[in-house]
Design a protein around this ligand. Structure first.
Ligand code: HGY
Ligand code: MN
Ligand code: MN
Length: 402
């Protein structure tokens, strides 16, 4: 079996590591993640790497070089709910496969390689993103530990149950000299490469993103007896804001704005919704556009509450400026493509966002069918994965020659 086919097979094996049988849902520090770690540790060891796991729950695998510097590779192992099987795992499996090629060839580079399999990029369980790469970047503050999941479990308790010490997250911070870089292979999660008929592309920048949690509180009431003009309906207020969010994205170039989650209480057919909780996700390549767009949407949310005599709570849950990838490493990646390598800006966030705090970042995108992602229909071809493997291998050789 080719190593690209092995990468695909490993992504299939990880797809079965889920908390929700019948779909792929692999949250931070979950049983599904524990099962995934057993496989990934084995594959890392088979590739000749020494494997450790840090407190937050990242797997870290090292392949020594002849020199002391380190190049970081990797991606994340967690998923969204009802996810596809390549968002995250593909990058980890390609990184492992490229190390295995070196090991099988008895090759040592003038720098070490460290493959990072991040514990949580999506933020599914606790609503806060990039926990794994934030720990490595030394940017995971203690306040996060008090967040609770849907079952009321705190992040600290989840870390402890998974085998880490939440009091020692500071130990997860990258300790060595500044790494040579962090290079991530990831599915494009968009339509550009497929439209261009190309297998891979390079990423000039990762869009900045803001996430909010919003709650409207009105008054629950009898659906049959409260006149329409006497209601303080939390859901109709939220509906107004949801359409305003869509309008903001539709009218501002390159701005995307999404309400991904909305919960209605008490959630009965004959009760006027008293409370609604929903999320807001706003992104744009230019922070000077994203920030005022967020401010306008939050102002509209508060104005809607005032007009409809509702209480409103707005909580900013995460905010990350856009990140420019390293022109130097990206040029080397382009050279390694040895063909057309379009620049495809990333609307999706990636662990490189926080890794850029400690080193230069570069990303290689792999074509995905229909640009579909965060969806079980997510798919890539073995041939394109083979291209990505060859490109990453050539990139390492080019870097070794510098
Ligand atoms: O939301 C994102 O952009 C990424 O999938 N976490
Ligand atoms: Mn991802
Ligand atoms: Mn994702």
């Amino acid at each position: 079996m080719t190593d690209a086919a092995t990468v695909m097979q490993h992504c299939d094996v990880l797809a079965a590591c889920t908390d929700e049988p019948g779909s792929i849902t692999r949250p931070f520090a979950s049983d599904a993640m524990r099962r995934a770690h057993q496989y990934v540790r084995e594959w890392m060891r088979e590739a000749g790497m020494a494997v450790t796991r840090d407190n937050v729950g990242n797997l870290r695998a090292r392949y020594e070089g002849t020199g002391t510097a380190t190049l970081l590779l990797g991606s994340h192992l967690d998923s969204v709910r009802n996810a596809g099987r390549y968002d995250g795992p593909l990058g980890v499996m390609v990184a492992i496969a490229v190390v295995k090629r070196l090991r099988d060839a008895g090759r040592r580079l003038p720098f070490g390689l460290e493959v990072l399999a991040f514990a949580d990029e999506e933020g599914l369980r606790f609503g806060s993103t990039y926990l794994g790469s934030r720990a490595v970047a030394g940017r995971l503050d203690g306040a996060e530990l008090r967040r609770t999941d849907a079952g009321g479990v705190t992040m600290a308790e989840a870390i402890r149950a998974f085998g880490g010490d939440p009091e020692k997250l500071a130990d997860d911070r990258w300790r060595g000299d500044r790494p040579l870089g962090y290079v991530e292979v990831h599915i494009e999660q968009g339509p550009v490469l497929e439209a261009r008929g190309l297998p891979v592309g390079v990423v000039p920048a990762i869009a900045g993103q803001s996430r909010f949690e919003i709650a409207f509180t009105g008054e629950a009431g009898h659906a049959g007896t409260v006149p329409m003009d006497r209601r303080r309906d939390a859901l109709t207020a939220a509906a107004e804001v949801v359409l305003a969010v869509e309008a903001a994205g539709a009218t501002q170039e390159a701005l995307v704005a999404t309400v991904g989650r909305l919960e209605v209480e008490p959630g009965a057919a004959n009760v006027i919704p008293g409370k609604v909780f929903f999320t807001l996700d706003v992104r744009h390549p230019d922070d000077r556009v994203r920030t005022p767009a967020c401010e306008a949407l939050i102002a509209r949310t508060r104005e809607t509450a005032r007009r409809r005599k509702l209480a409103v709570e707005v909580r900013a849950t995460s905010e990350r400026p856009s990140v420019r990838c390293s022109p130097r490493l990206t040029a080397l990646l382009k050279q390694a493509v040895a063909g057309r390598a379009p620049e495809v800006p990333s609307g999706a966030g990636h662990d490189g966002v926080y890794m850029s705090e400690i080193t230069d970042v570069a990303m290689l995108f792999v074509r995905c069918k229909g640009g579909i992602s965060h969806n079980p229909a997510e798919s890539v071809t073995t041939a394109d994965v083979g291209v990505a493997l060859d490109v990453l291998g050539r990139f390492l050789e080019l870097l070794a020659r510098q």
